[in-house]
Design a binder for this molecule. Structure first.
Ligand code: PLP
Length: 472
């Protein structure tokens, strides 16, 4: 057999094995333990086989990979995972992702994969429509909200400096006039990370007070802004990581305009409220911003990885992101190079699974899922609120529930930690913890496609059992 025929046969066998294994896994999602059962040592022992000297049949390797990885897989694709805002990788997106891999396309310049570039162009229109953001904004398809925020903040930095008469391309970052980053005291950790990658430190930040749900207090912002001289970027948030709360965008956008600031919205999961008529009011005014970072792989359920760096001013976006080289041919008239909106040159064709998912769910499918998740979060709150030992710490506005147990202080914190550990040990549902408002909290994020009210009843049962046991 020649090389090509052998390759075709080997590939087919490996893919058939992968299809069978993937189908088995998906069929078992309801019963999938949400916490990976294997410990670190056993996973390491299973994977750390000697590097083989001789080639092996790919199908055999695929079978082995599935067997050894399985106990170390987290059940976030299943309905009982509430640990973080993580999506469940919808099957339509997964199937399209397989094709994406099989096609092996590189989405750098337009010419490296016209179909991939066009899929992203069309998804740009779909997303701006769904999220009700300015028509004509541009989108870079990036790996996650972290890189999407990084891209948006690079564009913002370059643009506010340009507005101040400074060309960062010529002068570089170190001689630039100081830029102040104005953000809520409870901005997401990845915003701080992106700012640090960008060359900003604590000295460049103006942290604005937040209310009991973690929302920027607009009056505090208004009081602080007049004293902040020079170029500035305001970072607001749609969907607080613990409470799900939304900053007051209309007020913030007005202040940003009055003070010549760039406004960025971190809407990793929360901005999807804008796709849902019953929730849209939470994110009123978010469309007045200059840039937005949104995840696909969280609430929308695209397979990992998928996120959107959205910028109102397409020219500013491309001015900061474009990579020019003589060996890269320009795109055809009316098209653009996907690389001109992200920090990568070569990357995965993220538009294919996204296009397939949006076509499969449709607007109504997205609305149904988001509303179901929010109803499930409210249901959990209602199931637990009557217990005097349990305190719902947030207004359950979208898909987040923050719970604290027992009295305020060390005793309550210890009880909360014990409840989290008890739920994790039972492993019917998965929840995690955090520190918020000076207390240890149990966090519940409802964001996996398959989750419905009955899974919240399972979780409430686990919480009650863990609480009874811990309080005994
Ligand atoms: C998850 C999240 C991020 C980071 O997103 P990744 O996709 O994990 O990079 C940023 N901001 C908020 C509010 C988030 O919930």
């Amino acid at each position: 057999m020649d090389r090509a025929a052998r390759h075709a046969e080997e590939t087919a066998a490996a893919m058939e094995a992968a299809l069978r294994l993937a189908r088995e896994f998906r069929a078992g999602l309801e019963a999938l333990p949400p916490r990976a059962p294997a410990d670190h040592a056993s996973l390491l022992a299973a994977f750390a086989k000697p590097l083989p000297e001789a080639p092996r049949p790919a199908a055999e390797v695929i079978e082995e990979l599935a067997a050894i990885a399985r106990p170390g897989l987290t059940g976030n694709a299943g309905p009982n995972f509430f640990g973080w805002v993580q999506g469940g990788s919808h099957g339509a997106g997964v199937a399209a992702d397989w094709l994406t891999s099989a096609w092996g396309q590189n989405v750098g310049p337009y010419r490296t994969s016209p179909a991939a570039a066009v899929a992203e162009m069309v998804c740009t229109d779909y997303l701006l429509d769904l999220l009700d953001l300015p028509h004509g904004a541009s989108i870079g398809f990036s790996s996650g909200a972290t890189t999407a925020s990084l891209i948006c903040l690079i564009v913002a930095r370059d643009a506010v400096l340009k507005h101040a008469g400074y060309d960062i391309r010529k002068g570089g970052i170190f001689a630039a006039p100081p830029v102040t980053i104005v953000l809520g005291d409870e901005a997401h950790s990845t915003i701080y990370a992106a700012l640090r990658y960008l060359g900003f430190g604590d000295a460049n930040l103006a942290r604005i007070a937040v209310d009991d749900q973690g929302r920027i207090i607009a009056d505090d912002l208004a009081a602080r802004l007049p004293a902040i001289k020079g170029p500035k970027i305001i970072v607001a948030q749609a969907g607080h990581i613990n409470s799900g709360a939304f900053d007051p965008f209309t007020d913030i956008a007005r202040l940003a305009k009055d003070h010549g600031a760039w406004l960025h919205v971190d809407g990793a999961f929360g901005l999807w409220a804008r796709a849902t008529p019953s929730l849209r009011h939470h994110a009123t005014g978010a469309d007045l911003a200059d840039s937005w970072s949104v995840d696909g792989h969280k609430w929308l359920q695209t397979p990992y990885d998928s996120a959107f760096a959205i910028v109102r001013d397409k020219e500013a976006h491309e001015a900061s992101m474009r990579i020019a080289a003589s060996y890269l041919d320009p795109p055809p008239e009316g098209a653009h190079d996907p690389t001109s909106r992200v920090i990568e040159l070569s990357r995965r064709a993220r538009g294919f699974p996204l296009w397939a998912l949006l076509q499969t769910l449709g607007r109504a499918g997205i609305v149904e899922m988001i509303e179901r998740h929010c109803a499930a979060a409210r249901h959990l709150g209602d199931l637990l609120r009557d217990d005097p030992r349990i305190r719902v710490m947030n207004d359950v506005v979208i898909n987040q529930v923050a719970l604290a147990f027992g009295p305020e202080g060390a005793q309550g914190d210890a009880l909360t930690a014990a409840v989290i550990a008890g739920v994790q040990a039972e492993n019917r549902s998965y929840v995690g913890g955090a520190e918020w408002k000076g207390r240890r909290i149990l966090r519940v994020s409802v964001s996996s496609n398959l989750t419905e009210n009955r899974h919240m009843e399972t979780l409430a049962g686990s919480i009650r059992r863990a609480l009874d046991k811990a309080a005994r």
